[in-house]
Design a binder for this molecule. Structure first.
Ligand code: GLU
Length: 917
C-alpha cells in the first residue's frame, strides 16, 4: 500500500511538473459490498471527463480505496493515504462505523466530504454534504402519506432503532385521543411468522414496515403464509429501495403495497447511466448485474454527488483557480479552498438521477422530491408525488382509479353479510327447499343484485351469526353484528336496514344512503268508544250549554221587564169597550218563556211582542238562536258521523310524560343509541325510563317489537324507524304510526374501512337512485309483495276528528245577544219616560208623581191588567192591533186596541171592530 501511495505521489508530481494540472483527484472510499456505489462513482467520473465543456483539458481522477466497513483504524489510514496524494474531495464510505473517522479527517484537513448514506446525526459547520434525504424530512413524507391514505389505526414493524428515527414524525403526529397504534420489532432470525400471526390475531389490516431491503421479501412472503396479504390489507414500506425488490409473487395479490422511491427506473437519465455502466464494465471484462430496475437510491446518489462536485469545482475554478495540496494526517495542514468549495456546493442546485438536488446551510438534503409507488399487476407504478413544500399530490385521476377497481371487480365474489328482517331479507318459502342465494329474498337481495349487474361482481349472501346490526361495547371496545363481520374481514359488504351512524362510520365505510328515514312511534290504533246516550250534547261544550241556559233565562226576564215597562205592550183586553178600565199585557213571564223556547226550538208561539223595545229583544234572541242552532246542527252532523276514539298518545312528548304505556326499541340498534346519546331532556327522560323498565322493554328485532305492540292492548309503544313502520302499517291494520319523525338519517351499504370498492359501489347506488330503480324496489317490497296494501281504506278515517265548539267559537253570538238586550232596555226606558211625561201633562200632575205612579205599577210585577190613564188613552197611532203593524190612524181604536178618544162620537160599524184575539 505504501508503494501504491508513493507511485500515486510520483505520478501526480509528474503531472503537475509537466504543466498538465487539469486533472483533479477525488477519493472514493468503499466497502467490499459497495460494488454498485463504486461503479456509479467511476462512471460518473468517466461521463464528466467526456464532457469537454466542463473540462476542456483533463478532468477528474478517481482514487479508490476499499476498506472494511467495521475497521475504522484501517479506514483512517487509507484516508490519510489519499489526502497525502492531494484530493479535492472524498466520497463515502457508506458504513456508519467508518464514516465518522473519514468525516473528522476531512473536517481537520478541510477537504470536502460528500456522503450518500442515511445519517440522522446533525453535523453543523462541518466540511460535509450528505445527498441522502434528511431523516426528518423523509419522516414527514411518511406521515403525509399515512394521512392521505386515512390510516387511523396501524401497526409499525421496524427492524432497527434507526427505523424509529425514520418514523418519529409519524409517532409524534399521532394524538392520544386517536386510535392506538402498535409498534413491534422484527426478531433477529429469519422467522417472523409468530410476530405476524400476533398482528393477524389483532385484526390489524394496516402495516407500516420499516426494514432493510433484503428483509422486505422475507417479511412479505411470511405475511402471505399467515394470511396477512389478503383483501383490505395494506402495507406501506419505508425503504427507499423498495422498487428494486422483485414483487412478482404479490403483483396479482389483493394487498395494497405502497412506498416511496427517489429513482425512477423508467427515466431516460437512469437508463442512459445504466447503459454506460453496463457498456463500460463489459468492455473491461467485468460482470455487472445492475439494470435500471435495480439501481439503488444510494447508487444514484453517488452518481449525483460526483456530478455536483464536478460542477461546483469547475465553476469555482473559473473565478479563482483551485489546486489540490498534499496533506498529511500526522502534520495537519488545511486545504484552503476546501470550505469555500463545500459552501459553493451547498448553494448549488442540480437536476440529478434522484430529482432536484439542493441543500440547507448545514449541507443536508431537506428539500427533495419522492415518487409514490404502488404495486399493481404490472409491477410498481407511480401514483403520485411527494414534495417537501406541497406534500402529497396524486397523479392518478379518479377515472383511472375507478377503471382499475372496476377491472378488479370483474373477477371478485363478494361475501355479503346481512340479517333476516322483513322486507329487507326474508327466507323464501318453503324453507329448506332452496340453496345458496336462492334461500333468501327481499329488498337487500334485489339491491345487491342490481349493484352487481352494474359493477360485474358475483356475491354470496351470508347471515350474521349473532343477528345484530352492530354496536360498540363501551367496556370491551369491541363491535358486534354486521360491523364485526366487516372488521374481521369475514364479509366484503353488509346490507340490511343498517343505519349510517357516526360511531359506525369510524369503524367501517358506508356508501351513499339508499333510503332515508327517521325514528317514529309504532302504536295500536285507538279503540272505538261505545256510543254515548248523551252524545247529542257533545257538539257544544258544557260551558256553552250553561251560558245558553243563562242567556235563555236572562233574555226572558229582560223581555218581561221591558214588556211591563213599555206602554205599547199594554192593550185593551176588550176592544169593543172604548173606555177600558184596565189594560192588559200579554207578555207574562210564562208567555215569554214559552215564546223564547219556541224560537230556540225553531218553532213559533202565539205570543208576540209589539213594542219596538220588546221586538228588538225578540229579534236579538231569534238571531242568537239562529246562529247557535245552526252551529249545533252543523257540529252534530260531524259528531254523529265520526266515531270518537280514545287517542291518548300523539307524540314522543306524550309518551315521555306518562308511565302507564311502556315503550322500547331494538336492543343495540341506532334507535336505542339515539335516545342514549341525546342531549334533549325529553329523550334523555325516555332513555332512563326504557333502561330502568322491568320487564325489559327492548326487543331483539323489529318483528319482536311489532308483536309486542300488537299484543300489548295499547300498553306498549315501539320506537322504530319510519321505513319499517311504513311496512308494518301496510299489513297490520290495527297498528299505526303516531307523531312525526324525531330525526333524519339513512341506510347505507357498509364496507370494510378504506375499502377500495366504496366509490364504485356508491356510484352504483347513485345510478340506481337516479334511474328510479330504488323507488321501484321500495314499491315492490313495501306496497306489493307479502300482503302490501291491505290497510288502504282504513287509513283515512282514523286520524279524522271533530272538536266540540268552545266559547271562543260562539262567544260572539252571546255578545250580540247582550248588546241587543242593552239597546232594547234603553229604548224601553225612553218609551216609558215619554209616556209618563204625557200622562203627567194630561193629568196635570207633576212628572215625578206620574213617574212614581207608573214605576210602582211596573215594579208590582204581577197582574196583566192596568187601569187606563189619560196618557195611555190619548195614544192615537192605532190600528187594529199593535202587534200586527200600522193601521188607519183615523180609525176608532188606538194601536193598543183602545177606542180613540177623539173618535168617541163616531158610529163604529162591526167591520171596524178589532178582531178578538
Ligand atoms: N336500523 C337500525 C340499526 O341500524 C336498527 C333498528 C332500530 O334501531 O330501530 O341499528
Amino acid at each position: 500500500m505504501e508503494l501504491l501511495s508513493l507511485l500515486y505521489f510520483l505520478s501526480c508530481t509528474i503531472v503537475l511538473a509537466s504543466g498538465q494540472n487539469d486533472y483533479v483527484q477525488i477519493g472514493g472510499i468503499f466497502g467490499p459490498d459497495d460494488h454498485d456505489l463504486e461503479v456509479a462513482f467511476r462512471y460518473a467520473v468517466d461521463r464528466i471527463n467526456m464532457d469537454r465543456i466542463l473540462f476542456p483539458h483533463g478532468g477528474l481522477k478517481p482514487l479508490i480505496e476499499k476498506v472494511s466497513p467495521y475497521d475504522s483504524f484501517q479506514t483512517s489510514k487509507r484516508v490519510c493515504n489519499i489526502t497525502q496524494l492531494g484530493v479535492a474531495a472524498i466520497f463515502g464510505p457508506s458504513s456508519r462505523l467508518t464514516s465518522n473517522i473519514v468525516q473528522s479527517t476531512c473536517d481537520t484537513l478541510e477537504i470536502p466530504h460528500l456522503e450518500t448514506r442515511w445519517d440522522p446525526k446533525p453535523h453543523p459547520r462541518s466540511c460535509l454534504i450528505n445527498l441522502h434525504p434528511y431523516p426528518q424530512s423523509y419522516s414527514r413524507a411518511i406521515k403525509d402519506l399515512l394521512k392521505e391514505m386515512q390510516w387511523k389505526s396501524f401497526t409499525i414493524i421496524y427492524e432497527t432503532n434507526e427505523g424509529l428515527v425514520r418514523l418519529q414524525e409519524v409517532l409524534k403526529s399521532h394524538g392520544p385521543s386517536e386510535y392506538p397504534i402498535t409498534v413491534r420489532q422484527l426478531g433477529e432470525g429469519h422467522d417472523h411468522r409468530p410476530l405476524l400471526k400476533q398482528i393477524q390475531a389483532s385484526s390489524e389490516s394496516h402495516i407500516l414496515l420499516d426494514c432493510s431491503v433484503e428483509k422486505i421479501l422475507e417479511v412479505l412472503t411470511q405475511a402471505k403464509e399467515v394470511k396477512m396479504m389478503e383483501d383490505y390489507q395494506s402495507y406501506v414500506i419505508t425503504n427507499l429501495d423498495l422498487h428494486t425488490v422483485d414483487m412478482e409473487e404479490f403483483r396479482f395479490g389483493r394487498t395494497n403495497i405502497t412506498g416511496f422511491r427517489m429513482v425512477d427506473p423508467q427515466s431516460k437519465s437512469i437508463q442512459n447511466a445504466v447503459n454506460d455502466w453496463q457498456f463500460g464494465e463489459m468492455r473491461s471484462g467485468r460482470r455487472i448485474n445492475i439494470t435500471a430496475n435495480t439501481v439503488k437510491t444510494e447508487t444514484a446518489l453517488m452518481y449525483d454527488a460526483v456530478r455536483l462536485f464536478a460542477r461546483a469545482f469547475v465553476e469555482m475554478n473559473r473565478s479563482s483557480p483551485i489546486n489540490t495540496t498534499h496533506l498529511s494526517c500526522d502534520d495537519p495542514g488545511k486545504w484552503e479552498p476546501g470550505y469555500k468549495l463545500i459552501n459553493y456546493m451547498k448553494f448549488m442546485e442540480l437536476s440529478g438521477l434522484t430529482g432536484y438536488v439542493r441543500f440547507d446551510v448545514d449541507g443536508r438534503r431537506v428539500d427533495f422530491p419522492l415518487d409514490i409507488i404502488e404495486l399493481d399487476r404490472n409491477g410498481f407504478v407511480k401514483t403520485g408525488l411527494w414534495d417537501y413544500r406541497t406534500g402529497i399530490n396524486y397523479t392518478r385521476t379518479e377515472d383511472e382509479k375507478l377503471s382499475i377497481i372496476s377491472e378488479s371487480l370483474q373477477n371478485k365474489t363478494f361475501v355479503v353479510s346481512s340479517r333476516l328482517g322483513a322486507p329487507f331479507l326474508m327466507e323464501r318459502e318453503p324453507k329448506g327447499a332452496y340453496t345458496g342465494n336462492e334461500r333468501y329474498e327481499g329488498y337487500s337481495m334485489d339491491l345487491i343484485d342490481e349493484v352487481s349487474k352494474i359493477l360485474g361482481f358475483k356475491y354470496v349472501f351470508e347471515l350474521v351469526p349473532d343477528g345484530r346490526y352492530g354496536s360498540l361495547d363501551p367496556k370491551t371496545k369491541k363491535w358486534d353484528g354486521l360491523v364485526k363481520q366487516l372488521l374481521e374481514k369475514k364479509a366484503d359488504l353488509a346490507i340490511c336496514d343498517l343505519t349510517i351512524t357516526y360511531s359506525r362510520e369510524q369503524a367501517v365505510d358506508f356508501t351513499m344512503p339508499f333510503m332515508n328515514l327517521g325514528i317514529s312511534i309504532l302504536y295500536s290504533k285507538p279503540v272505538k268508544q261505545p256510543p254515548n246516550l248523551f252524545s247529542f250534547l257533545s257538539p257544544l261544550s258544557v260551558d256553552v250549554w250553561i251560558y245558553m241556559a243563562t242567556a235563555y233565562l236572562g233574555v226572558s226576564v229582560v223581555l218581561f221587564v221591558l214588556a211591563r215597562l213599555s206602554p205599547y205592550e199594554w192593550r185593551n183586553p176588550h176592544p169593543c169597550k172604548q173606555d177600558p178600565e184596565e189594560l192588559e199585557n200579554e207578555l207574562t213571564l210564562q208567555n215569554i218563556i214559552w215564546h223564547n223556547c219556541g224560537s230556540l226550538m225553531q218553532q213559533g208561539s202565539d205570543v208576540a211582542p209589539k213594542a219596538v223595545s220588546t221586538r228588538m229583544v225578540a229579534g236579538m234572541w231569534w238571531f242568537f238562536t239562529l246562529i247557535m242552532i245552526s252551529s249545533y246542527t252543523a257540529n252534530l252532523a260531524a259528531f254523529l258521523t265520526v266515531e270518537r276514539m280514545d287517542v291518548t298518545i300523539e307524540s314522543a312528548e306524550d309518551l315521555a310524560k306518562q308511565t302507564k304505556i311502556k315503550y322500547g326499541a331494538v336492543e343495540g340498534g341506532s334507535t336505542a343509541s339515539f335516545f342514549k346519546e341525546s342531549n334533549f331532556s325529553t329523550y334523555q327522560r325516555m332513555w332512563s325510563f326504557m333502561e330502568s323498565a322491568r320487564p325489559p322493554v327492548f326487543a331483539k328485532s323489529n318483528s319482536e317489537g311489532v308483536e309486542r305492540v300488537s299484543k300489548g292492548k295499547r300498553g306498549y309503544a315501539f320506537l322504530m324507524e319510519s321505513t319499517s313502520i311504513e311496512y308494518v302499517v301496510e299489513r297490520q291494520c290495527d297498528l299505526t304510526q303516531v307523531g312525526g319523525l324525531l330525526d333524519s338519517k339513512g341506510y347505507g351499504i357498509a364496507l370494510p374501512l378504506n375499502s377500495p370498492y366504496r366509490t364504485a359501489v356508491s356510484g352504483a347506488v347513485l345510478k340506481l337512485q337516479e334511474g328510479g330503480k330504488l323507488h321501484m324496489l321500495k314499491t315492490r317490497w313495501w306496497k306489493e309483495k307479502h300482503g302490501g296494501g291491505s290497510c288502504k281504506e282504513e287509513k283515512s278515517s282514523a286520524t279524522e276528528s271533530a272538536n266540540e265548539l268552545g266559547l271562543a267559537n260562539v262567544g260572539g253570538v252571546f255578545v250580540v245577544l247582550i248588546s241587543g238586550m242593552g239597546a232594547a232596555a234603553i229604548v224601553a226606558v225612553l218609551e216609558f219616560l215619554w209616556n209618563t211625561k204625557k200622562v203627567a201633562v194630561e193629568e196635570r200632575a207633576t212628572f215625578k208623581s206620574a213617574l212614581q205612579e207608573e214605576l210602582r205599577f211596573v215594579l208590582k210585577c204581577h197582574g196583566s191588567t192596568k187601569p187606563v190613564r189619560k196618557g195611555n188613552a190619548k195614544e192615537d197611532s192605532g190600528g187594529k192591533s199593535g202587534g200586527t203593524g200600522g193601521g188607519n190612524s183615523q180609525g176608532p181604536y188606538d194601536k193598543y186596541g183602545n177606542v180613540n178618544k177623539s173618535n168617541k162620537s163616531m158610529v163604529i160599524s162591526p167591520d171596524e171592530l178589532p178582531s178578538k184575539k
